[in-house]
Design a protein around this ligand. Structure first.
Ligand SMILES: Nc1ncnc2c1ncn2[C@@H]1O[C@H](COP(=O)(O)OP(=O)(O)OP(=O)(O)O)[C@@H](O)[C@H]1O
Length: 774
């Protein structure tokens, strides 16, 4: 509605009206005379921000000469009036302030009525950031009774029947004094040789819970095991980063037992080098499913007859990501090749889904179920109970509730779609540049394209390495001085922070570098997809931001679980649009409690940010005085940057499109909350700093276009080729060094487009000749 209102303003301020106006009054002098004579009517457009007194001064339309100009103005007023109903936020804003980049003009009393804007608008229509936003609903944030899991126990590793060298290593070198609850419960079960189904909250030390007993058992085998025997244990994990991490844990634990050799196999690495390592001998094989299957099938040097342990870590993710087939193949291979000795299977996850239970039914024999959560206790006191032993036939708790770390503070913020980007940026800058505490933040986004776009945008504007970059002083100092950038060339010199990206379509080398670098930092921001949601143990992460809501509650748990690990403090922030508010209720039902963080509290900090921004020329005349103006100025900076650089525009468009596509994939029970129909696509485009109307962006394809495409497919059936979207959890079969799947897909796209054009031409030609023949 208000966009139409703005359009009306544009019409009024357009060249057409201006010419007519100029024709009537040639010079400024004549215009002043005309005003004195009462000939000119002040445009009523002012109503958007005018006061009553101003209106009183304005001659009524009926008083004005019946010329074309006034007809048009009257028309526009008639349309405008009913459209002034805005959200309280926008009303508050329009009453008080004039936005820096807004296209409204406030007529001055001392001048004869000028056309509202001096420059006729020719470019794309830019809507205001604070208009037409839906109201932010009031939320009931009464806290929910949460499931509690005690992390540490009073028991030490030395209380278990472990090899003294193992204990010295754990306590002396690895600084593991007390066992965590899951370790205390699971290790004895695994040492007894039982299959185990382990469920415990994120960051509770599940890796050691299986690594310690496995290495302990292997160290006890006589005669001593040798690397030439091949693997005794196979550990399957869903992501490459997790594979590296688990492998490193094994390396540390095996230090006192040099004859036990751990090894890591994962997608993205050179197969040839891996084969050579396998031939040399690996006793504990950690890997991603795809690459493991590849080696199990094709690497002849891989001897499987000694395999005694199979670990499926993050089992639910393995299934979610479609690795069920690969896991089944691994189990098949083991069954065909292993000698008669029984194999012990261990399944672990922070969330045990139905699928995992099914998998457990197939792969495990009467497993010990290790669940730390005190879910059945009436009092919900976090006291550790004994392991719950259940038979396979016992019913599965489908309505699973989730335990989150006790030291985790969870928040949500409701932002109208258009304000999402500025709110995110404001939050990141506040935490990274204006907070005395060092903050390490992980931001989860729904798609790889979205990660690419936001990374590039933030990097270009805030984080790119600049010449003479000054280090920002303490907040207090900087706020007082309000010093501005001395550098002409760039927008920002002092707001830079360390920014990283991680997603499944990056080269393995880059992924590993990012992982290692972000791991070692104590401050910085990682933008990532769900590839980093599971299992990653990144120390000192202080904030988890979920910029897009995950499809499953278990994903929510795993994402927030990257902070507040092993008893540390941590906070999380979930971004919701007003239409998505019911998601809080959904989380509450799963006993997850969140508190609201008002959006205004985040946006207000932009007042500090704008002091360091070198704003574009037109906005410079009037520096932002309110947080709304600051938000608009910052957002305009993004829009200008994206509009100016075709590459950025393309990235933004792709990110927008992939967001829309991803939004359509929420599971059916969440569709009532997450429906793309509820989202204003124009507002959504704005949250990707796009100025184009959604129609132009191309997601909403016309029926004609779709029909044409369908016809084309019929006429020219073509060979299938693999989807552009490489799974986040891709084993990397397709990746070759130097060329990412993204690059190959782009090349494919270009070739495809050319082919499509040629086909179109051929069709047209065929039609023409058919016509001529007739
Ligand atoms: N007994 C212990 N004492 C101190 N720190 C420990 C202990 N056990 C594990 N840790 C540390 O806790 C961190 C988390 O461990 P780990 O990654 O195994 O957790 P997790 O339960 O597998 O988490 P997620 O479910 O997220 O994968 C690691 O940094 C590990 O070194």
């Amino acid at each position: 509605m208000d966009e139409q209102f703005d359009m009306q303003l544009n019409i009024v301020s357009s060249g057409k009206l201006k010419t007519k106006y100029k024709q009537k009054f040639h010079s400024k002098r004549q215009r002043v005379k005309a005003k004195i004579a009462g000939k000119v009517h002040k445009p009523v457009i002012k109503t958007a921000s005018s006061s009553t007194s101003n209106n009183e001064k304005t001659p009524k339309t009926s008083d004005v000469n019946n010329d074309n100009v006034n007809k048009e103005q009257t028309k526009s007023v008639n349309v405008i009036k009913p459209k002034l109903s805005q959200s309280p936020l926008a009303q508050q804003h329009t009453k008080k302030h004039k936005l820096v980049a807004d296209h409204e003009s406030t007529p001055r009393d001392d001048l004869p009525a000028p056309p509202p804007s001096k420059v006729p608008r020719t470019g794309p229509f830019i809507s205001s950031l604070f208009k037409s936003n839906p109201e932010i609903p009031k939320m009931d944030c009464s806290s929910v009774e949460t499931i509690k899991e005690e992390i540490f126990t009073s028991k030490k590793f030395s209380d278990l029947p472990l090899n003294p060298n193992m204990i010295t290593n754990l306590e002396g070198k690895m600084n593991m004094n007390n066992m965590t609850t899951v370790q205390q419960l699971a290790i004895p079960q695994i040492l007894q040789g039982k299959d185990a189904l382990v469920k415990s909250q994120t960051g509770s030390g599940k890796t050691l819970a299986y690594a310690v007993p496995i290495v302990q058992k292997l160290s006890g085998i006589t005669p001593k095991i040798d690397r030439s025997h091949g693997p005794y244990a196979i550990v399957v994990v869903p992501t490459r980063e997790l594979a590296t991490q688990s492998y490193q844990v094994f390396m540390k634990i095996c230090k006192p037992f040099v004859y036990i050799v751990p090894g890591c196999l994962m997608g993205g690495e050179k197969r040839k080098a891996e084969k050579a390592r396998i031939r040399k001998g690996i006793n504990i094989l950690v890997g991603t499913p795809g690459r493991l299957v590849d080696h199990l099938k094709n690497t002849h040097g891989l001897i499987l007859q000694h395999v005694q342990y199979l670990v499926l870590d993050e089992a639910d993710r393995l299934l979610d990501m479609g690795y069920e087939k690969d896991v089944a193949e691994i189990i098949n291979c083991l069954e065909h090749n292993a000698s008669n000795q029984t194999r012990q299977t261990i399944l672990l996850s922070a969330t045990l889904t139905e699928g995992v239970e099914r998998l457990a039914g197939i792969t495990m024999y009467n497993p010990a179920r290790v669940s730390v959560a005190n879910e059945e206790s009436e009092s919900r006191i976090p006291v550790i109970k004994e392991i719950k032993q259940q038979s396979e036939s016992q019913s599965v708790n489908k309505e699973e509730n989730f335990a989150v770390p006790q030291a985790l503070k969870q928040h949500f913020v409701i932002t109208p779609c258009k304000l999402r980007l500025v709110t995110l940026v404001s939050f990141l800058l506040t935490k990274c540049r204006f907070s005395k505490k060092k903050n390490k933040i992980i931001v989860f986004l729904s798609t790889q394209d979205s990660v690419e776009f936001h990374h590039k945008l933030l990097n270009n504007i805030f984080c790119a390495k600049k010449k003479n970059t000054k280090v920002l002083k303490e907040k207090s100092e900087s706020l007082e001085s309000g010093s501005e950038s001395e550098e002409e060339e760039y927008h920002v010199t002092e707001l830079s922070f360390d920014l990283f990206k991680l997603h499944g379509d990056m080269l393995q080398k880059e992924r590993t570098q990012v992982f290692e670098k972000f791991r070692s930092m104590d401050c910085g921001v990682l933008l990532c997809t769900d590839v980093a949601a599971r299992g990653l143990d990144l120390p000192q992460v202080s904030w988890i931001i979920q910029y897009t809501t995950p499809g499953q509650t278990s994903d929510y748990i795993h994402r927030v679980g990257r902070t507040a690990r092993v008893g540390a403090q941590g906070q999380s922030l979930l971004f919701l649009m007003p239409t998505e508010c019911d998601y809080v209720q959904l989380l509450n039902e799963k006993q997850i409690s969140l508190q609201e963080m008002p959006m205004i509290n985040i946006l207000k900090n932009l007042m500090f940010v704008v002091k360091y921004l070198k704003l574009p020329e037109d906005a410079k005349r009037q520096r932002p005085r309110t947080w709304e103006e600051a938000a608009t100025a910052v957002h305009m900076l993004f829009e200008t940057h994206v509009a100016k650089h075709p590459f950025m525009s393309e990235l933004a468009r792709q990110a927008y499109q992939s967001f829309v596509r991803a939004y359509a994939t929420y599971p059916s029970h969440m569709k009532n909350i997450f429906s793309i129909k509820k989202i204003h696509l124009g507002h959504l485009a704005k949250s990707f700093a796009l100025q184009d109307a959604p129609g132009k962006i191309g997601v909403v394809q016309s029926k004609k276009f779709q029909a044409e495409k369908a016809q084309e497919k019929k006429d020219f059936p073509k060979k299938k080729f693999r989807s552009n979207n490489v799974s986040e959890f891709s084993s990397g079969f397709g990746s070759h060094l130097g060329v990412t799947p993204r690059h190959r897909n782009l090349q494919k796209k270009i070739v495809q487009n050319q082919q499509m054009k040629e086909r179109k031409k051929a069709r047209k030609l065929a039609k023409k000749t058919a016509k001529n023949n007739k």
